[in-house]
Design a binder for this molecule. Sequence first.
Ligand SMILES: C[S@@+](CC[C@H](N)C(=O)[O-])C[C@H]1O[C@@H](n2cnc3c(N)ncnc32)[C@H](O)[C@@H]1O
Length: 357
Amino acid sequence: MNYIGSKLSLLEFLENSIDKVVDKDCRVFCDLFAGTGIVGSYFKKKGYKIIANDIQYYSYVLNRHYIGNHKELTFSKLSKEISKLKKIKTKDRKDFVCGYLSNLKGKKGFVYKNYCLGGTKNKKIQRQYFLDANGMRCDAIRQKIEEWKKEKLINNNEYYFLLASLIKSIDKYANTASVYGAFLKKLKKSAQKNLILQPAELTINDQEHKVYNKDINILTKKIKGDILYLDPPYNHRQYATNYHVLETIAKYDNPKIYGKTGLRDYQNQKSLYCSRSQVKKAFKDLVLKAKTKYIFLSYNNEGLMTLKDIKAIMSLRGKYGYFTKKYNRFKADKSENRSFKANKTVEYLHYVICKNI
Ligand SMILES: C[S@@+](CC[C@H](N)C(=O)[O-])C[C@H]1O[C@@H](n2cnc3c(N)ncnc32)[C@H](O)[C@@H]1O
C-alpha cells in the first residue's frame, strides 16, 4: 500500500539503529501508530512479541491479521458452505477461499451506490473511486465475509484475514492518485482491471501478539513492553480523511457521508498529532506516560514539531540521541503541486533510554 508515512523502505535503517541502542534481552516491541503494520510485521519476523495499535479501523484490521494472526488458518467450518474445501490442503485454503470470493457475482451495495459512477449517476454528486464492476465485487465480497461471520462459518482470525485481504486488494484498484482525499476524473489503467482478492501474507510463529484500535494517549499507560516505537503523522494531513473509503469498507456500517468525496464523520479520529497547536502537548503527555525502557520516534525535518521540541520532550525521560537518513519525499498526487524545497527530506529516528519506568 502506498501509505502516507509508510516505513517500508526504512525498515533496515530502523532495525540497525534500534539494535545499536537496546539490550539483547528486549522481547516486546510496541508499534502504537501502526498504520499498515509493516514495522510490526518486520519485528514479528525477527522474533519479537508485538503490541500494535492505530486509531483507524482499517489499520486495526490490517494489524489484527498481519500481527495478531500467527497460526495457520484452517477454515474448517466453512466446508459446510464450500464442500470442496475439505479436499484442499490446509496451507492452500486461504488462496482457495479468496479465489471463491473473487468469483462471486457483484452486488449493488454501499460502495457501488456511493463511490462508483453507475451508483451515483442520478445523485447530486457523482463519484468514481472504483470501476462499477469492482465496486459491486467489493460489496459482494464484503457482504459475504460478514454473512460467514454471523453464521459462525468463520472464526475471528479467518474474518480479519479476509478483511485485511480485501482492504489490501481493493486499494490497488482505487481510481485515485494515491490517497482517498480525491478521485480521478478518468479511470486510470489499474482501476480498469478486475478486482481479484489476493490473500494477505500470514506470518506464522509461536508468540501471542496484541492489537488495539485506540487513541494512543489513552492506551499507552496500560501497555507494558521493552521498546516503544512511535511513528505519528508528521503534518496536518489527517489519515481519517485521506483513507475514509477504506475505513468505510472495513467497517461497512452504512455511514452518513457528505461532500464531493463522500467523507464519513471523523470527529473521534481527529489526530492531535496533525495539529500544530496541540501536537507538543500530546507528545509530551505520551512520552511521560510510556512504561517501556526505550522510546523511539520516527519524524522528519519538516514535521510540525522541531528537532528542539522533540529533544526537550524526550530528554525528560533520560538519555536522548538520534540517527538520521536521507529519504525520498512521499508524493500523494501531482495535482497538489506543492512547492517543495527539496525532493529529499531527512528522516530522524530519535530515542531515549528511560531512567525510571
Ligand atoms: C505515519 S503513519 C504510520 C505508518 C506506519 N509506521 C507504516 O509504516 O505503515 C501514522 C499512523 O498514526 C495513526 N494515528 C494518528 N493519530 C493517532 C492516535 N492519536 N492514536 C493512534 N493512532 C494514531 C494514523 O491513523 C496512521 O496510521
